[in-house]
Design a protein around this ligand. Structure first.
Ligand code: ADP
Length: 383
């Protein structure tokens, strides 16, 4: 089955065409790319035109085969969507109703869904939600300690994000350890530009560091993560607007604020060269991450593994080492040689005597979306 995976942003459209039945995952990707500057000078006028710009690239690899289904990354599934769903008009409207919860992302996802629906009216489309895996959070984990109307009127609660990645990585980590997915207890660390940690118990998400929005939790490339909410009130009283504060905390904070760069490679190099700001940035980020790991180890009743994934988690041995160095109280022991290995395969980076194994498990959100899409379409075809 050929699945076109779409990640539709407000001015960009990322795509990947995959054969979900390919014998080797390495040969599953037929083509991929990104259309940028949608709605800007020199770019396509809208998402529909961006799709027609893809026709030639798709035709070149399709030959006489055809696309069987389209899988969309959708950021916010609210409280309704706990699983990937086959899309129809009612589903698109339901996603649209969630726009206030994800004003940057869901409207763009809806544009992508509608563009495909008008280009290929009979094409099965599946929405795969970033929040869905976290629908199993118990109430004590998702509720904020604020008056109930914030939840009932505004939907203010913790939702969590990066769910497709956390679920995929938890499943692969379980397979690597030789346990059934529903028997896996662990802590999964998605360390990319966005950063989140998930407490996995019995294969399910029971807590996660991102909350109402992806701003909560850990130190990220340009996001602050946790801070005292009174800081926002203080800034409002100082005369800063909502948009300014939004920009400040989402785009100008995190590693970028502490170290002057949101790229982990640059920050590590600067710290190694003696830059004090870069060193502090790594300390703040690794310290806060270690605190979450300790908390989630307790939450899952004892983690069977701590799993690193995404750009930093998979590639930055120095950052993994800084985190591991803070986990001595858990009996964690890193193996420096294993940690230095570069590979695309799941692997152990801790020493045999480590009380909890540290794993590196590469994520692949496009693959997870394509496989989820194929599964939904096959079930629907069986009626
Ligand atoms: P996104 O959240 O945008 O998908 P990624 O998962 O690609 O982000 O992660 C981006 C982060 O990964 C950046 O901080 C980048 O510096 C870091 N990174 C990517 N490759 C490496 C590498 N080889 N060594 C260290 N860090 C890396």
């Amino acid at each position: 089955m050929l699945v076109l995976v779409i990640n539709s942003g407000s001015s960009s459209l990322k795509y990947q065409l995959r054969d979900v039945d390919a014998a080797e995952p390495e040969s599953a990707v037929l083509t991929e790319g990104v259309v940028e500057r949608i709605g800007f000078d020199g770019g396509p006028a809208d998402h529909a035109q961006a799709l027609s710009d893809l026709d030639a690239a798709l035709a070149a690899v399709l030959g006489d085969r055809r696309i069987d289904a389209v899988g969309h990354r959708v950021v916010h599934g609210g409280e309704r969507f706990a699983e990937p769903v086959l899309v129809d008009n009612e589903i698109i409207r339901a996603i649209e109703r969630l726009n206030p919860l994800a004003p940057l992302h869901n409207p763009a996802n809806v544009l992508g869904l509608r563009a495909i629906a008008s280009k290929w009216p009979d094409m099965p489309q599946v929405a795969v939600f970033d929040t869905a895996y976290h629908r199993t959070l118990p109430e004590h984990a998702w509720r904020y300690a604020v008056p109930d109307w914030l939840y009932t009127h505004h939907g203010i609660r913790r939702y969590g994000f990066h769910g497709t990645s956390h679920q995929y990585v938890a499943g692969r980590a379980a397979a690597f350890l030789g346990v059934a997915p529903e028997e896996f207890d662990g802590v999964v660390l998605h360390l990319g530009n966005g950063v989140s940690a998930t407490a996995v118990q019995g294969g399910k998400s029971i807590d996660t560091s991102m909350g109402f929005t992806p701003l909560e939790g850990l130190v990220m490339g340009t996001r602050s993560g946790d801070l005292d909410p009174s800081i926002l009130v203080f800034l409002v009283r100082q005369g800063h607007s909502a948009d300014e504060i939004d920009h400040l905390l989402n785009r100008e904070s995190g590693l970028a604020a502490l170290a002057g760069s949101n790229d982990m490679r640059t920050v590590v190099e600067a710290a190694d060269a003696g830059d004090r700001h870069a060193a502090i940035a790594l300390d703040v980020a690794s310290y806060r991450l270690a605190k979450y790991i300790g908390g989630y180890h307790v939450a899952v009743g004892g983690a069977a593994a701590i799993v690193f994934t995404a750009g930093i988690g998979e590639n930055s041995a120095p950052f993994r080492a800084r985190v591991a160095a803070r986990l001595g109280a858990l009996g964690v022991v890193l193996d420096d040689d294993l940690n230095a290995v570069r590979s695309k395969d799941p692997r152990t980076v801790s020493a045999p005597e480590s009380a909890i194994p540290l794993l590196v498990v590469p994520t692949d959100e496009e693959r997870a979306i394509a496989e989820a899409t194929a599964a939904v379409v096959r079930v629907a075809a069986r009626g």
